[in-house]
Design a protein around this ligand. Structure first.
Ligand code: AMP
Ligand code: GLY
Length: 427
């Protein structure tokens, strides 16, 4: 089989490492891939947002199965286009990808079908939003309706902050058309959990849970990033919670999408807040999470490609999905300055990190340049270690990360720490 992976981040590298284990695979192309993926895939300089380019490449290179990593091409309908060209793929239709592409669609779906989420109101006019904010309780959360490169969420502690956020989104076009509609949400407190689930619209199989670390600095301070590390499973996400989420959130979401005539096929990501009043959905994503995937997939025991093919064929129920015991911790090495401005082009020395057993070095912002591996992005590498327990995995991940060097490398020193301490105290 010829595979194509669309995307070039740590998530896609982690997908590649699982997919290439399948003995039926002949060739793998990555569009555009990265400096690490190049070891096992042919990297092709086509951007993940170039839908025409992706479809043309797949048709010309006899691609048997395409796996789409990022949200943008899914929201733009790349899977519809591929299927129309008789190319099988893993990912939702454009209609179903609206569950991530439009926050108002997702919120209205949850309200209509009784799926627990934060209270909210939707506004198409800035004047109406201002009037609402004059009488709101603070903090509130302001969200641009459409995709905004992970920057469309503002937690406003005061009315002034809320008004500024609405003005930027609705009147100053900070996120283009994505901000012409905003959702104003109740602020929830609790701990967060990420759950990725495979679904073909009939069967839904949650993968092991994960804990993301979105803020740039230790102690959850600093700016929001694409994710600075992850721990799987998430210590806060108990078996009881998993059972409750399946009944109250996951299956109802799958059925709601069917009832709306938008059956979801692919990986459905549930961003959860575990509140005092039970688990609530903060957001849906229509794809694998990053960096969660880099902590979840190394624990997968069964064959990912067979599961993905089964999703596309609507026979997910027939294929077992199993995880091994233990934990995985992913520490992201980033370029100093990220998520703001940073420099690239520094040579990377991986040392012995890649030789350690149970350590996986996933590339994100790297590229090969004249035989050298150099930095090319904000998040450069995700270093994942698997261990018998969360503490063991965390220590091994930091030990491996410590062997890797490039100029101006930074990482959080506390990935998993608070959750691990919480779990240790509870025992
Ligand atoms: P994202 O949508 O990935 O940019 O994430 C925004 C982040 O904002 C989430 O991971 C939460 O930490 C936070 N967040 C979003 N919605 C809420 C809410 N209703 N209450 C509290 N925090 C929220
Ligand atoms: N880690 C959250 C996301 O992938 O959007």
């Amino acid at each position: 089989m010829n595979l194509m992976i669309v995307g070039g981040g740590g998530r896609e590298h982690a997908l590649l490492e699982q997919l290439r284990k399948n003995p039926r695979v002949d060739r793998i192309y990555a569009l555009p891939g990265n400096g690490g993926m190049a070891a096992h895939a042919e990297c092709v300089p086509i951007r993940a947002t170039d839908i025409d380019g992706i479809v043309a490449f797949a048709s010309e290179h006899a691609i048997d199965f395409a796996v789409i990593g990022p949200d943008d091409p899914l929201i733009a309908g790349v899977c519809d286009r591929l299927r129309a060209a008789n190319i099988r793929c893993f990912g939702p239709s454009k209609a179903a990808a609206a569950i991530e592409g439009s926050k108002s669609f997702a919120k209205n779906l949850m309200r209509k079908y009784g799926i627990p989420t934060a209270d909210y109101a939707v506004f198409d006019s800035a004047a109406d939003a201002y009037a609402y904010l004059a009488a709101a309780n603070y903090p509130v959360v302001i969200k641009a309706d459409g995709p905004a490169l992970g920057k469309g969420v503002v937690i406003a502690n005061t009315r002034e902050e809320a008004l500024l956020a609405v003005r930027a989104m609705m009147e100053e076009g900070a996120f283009g058309s994505s901000g012409s509609r905003v959702v104003v949400e109740e602020y929830l407190t609790g701990v967060e959990a990420s759950v990725l689930a495979l679904t073909d619209g009939t069967t839904l199989i949650p993968l092991i849970s994960a804990l993301d670390h979105k803020r740039a600095l230790d102690g959850d301070l600093g700016l929001n990033t694409g994710g600075m590390g992850a721990l799987a499973p998430n210590p806060y996400y108990t078996t009881e919670l998993a059972r409750a989420c399946m009944e109250l959130i996951y299956l109802p979401t799958m059925r709601a999408m069917n009832a709306e005539g938008k059956p979801f096929s692919g990986c459905l990501f549930f961003g959860l807040m575990l509140t005092q009043h039970g688990p609530k959905v903060i957001e849906y994503n229509c794809r694998f999470g990053d960096p969660e995937t880099q902590a979840v997939l190394p624990l997968l025991e069964t064959d990912l490609l067979e599961s993905m093919l089964a999703v596309e064929d609507g026979r997910l129920a027939e294929v077992p999905v199993r995880f091994r015991a233990g934990s995985a911790c992913c520490v992201v090495l980033a370029s100093e300055g990220y998520p703001g401005a940073y420099q690239t082009g520094f040579e990377i020395s991986l040392g012995d990190a890649t030789r350690a057993k149970n350590v996986f070095v996933y590339h994100a912002g790297t590229k090969q340049e004249q035989g050298r591996l150099v930095t090319s992005g904000g998040r450069v590498l995700g270093i994942t270690a698997v261990g018998a327990n969360a503490r063991g995995a965390q220590r091994a991940a930091y030990a491996a990360a410590g062997q890797i060097h490039f100029m101006h490398a930074v990482c959080r020193r506390d990935i998993g720490e608070r959750a691990i301490l919480w779990a240790e105290r509870g025992e």
